[in-house]
Design a protein around this ligand. Sequence first.
Ligand code: C2E
Ligand code: MG
Ligand code: MG
Ligand code: MG
Length: 279
Amino acid sequence: RAKEAGRGKHQHYTPSMHADAEERRTLEIALRDALARDELYLLFQPIVSASDGRVSGFEALARWLHPELGQVSPSRFIPVAEDARLMGPIGNWVLRSACREAATWPEDVRVSVNVSPEQLYDPAFLETVVGALAHSGLPANRLELEVTESVFLREGMGAGQLLEKLMKLGVCLALDDFGTGYSSLGYLSRTRFSTIKIDRSFVEGAARNQRESLAIVRAVVAMAQGLDMETTAEGVETEGEFDLLRALGCTNVQGYYFGRPMPAADARALFGSSDSQVA
Ligand code: C2E
Ligand code: MG
Ligand code: MG
Ligand code: MG
């Protein structure tokens, strides 16, 4: 947390900082064994086409259930994994598992996998993706990789070139949590994203009729249309929010209103019925 503590004048070593460092250390040690002990698993959250309510894909979301620590949320363990250089093996496992599952879905349903900056700075990541596709038999265009703006923060780390190579494989790219990082629009013209994901904070604000959020959602949708990209609104929790985002022209919607992140078997069951309409 030292990165976030910069606002104070002095860096006092407080008991809570100690606890935080201790907690991270505990998590790191436990995380080293998590894969081998089968403690990680994936949930899948539907992404729905706003125009016809069909499931166009699922986002794979990592979960960790530790026997003593209990459920640890990815917002806590992913940063620890990144710092401890564990993101390679964990990310590899996520990709392989997600692709293997998606290969059992109907042909027009995609899987979206979150990729952290550390993964993209590793040149071996390309082989990881190629391997996951080959093992599962999933066509490249049914895999979408979600990256955040922060991957472009460290220029010279090669993330741009790696994204270029991934695109040449035929993999789709989504820009996650758009507008919440340090945005520079330059990379939007350089990297061909297929989807911009509009962060839940703007979705929520727009639904509360907040002028700024509404303007931002409108502008992002217009920009995406001009760039031939789709938009996915994140964190849609109510029918009212859905109606608004559809009216604003978002291509896809995702959120508790359509489905919480669910086990693979439940996701599969959505296809069991004659069609996969959920809205
Ligand atoms: P994200 O990629 O932006 O994922 C969306 C988060 O919003 C998920 O939290 C999801 O459960 C939550 N969400 C979805 N719909 C709603 C809604 O209607 N309301 C609310 N309040 N929340 C909603 P989750 O699963 O806790 O994941 C948090 C973050 O952890 C993800 O944000 C992503 O950045 C990261 N993450 C998760 N799995 C992975 C992974 O396999 N690899 C990497 N690198 N990061 C991951
Ligand atoms: Mg995501
Ligand atoms: Mg997101
Ligand atoms: Mg988010």
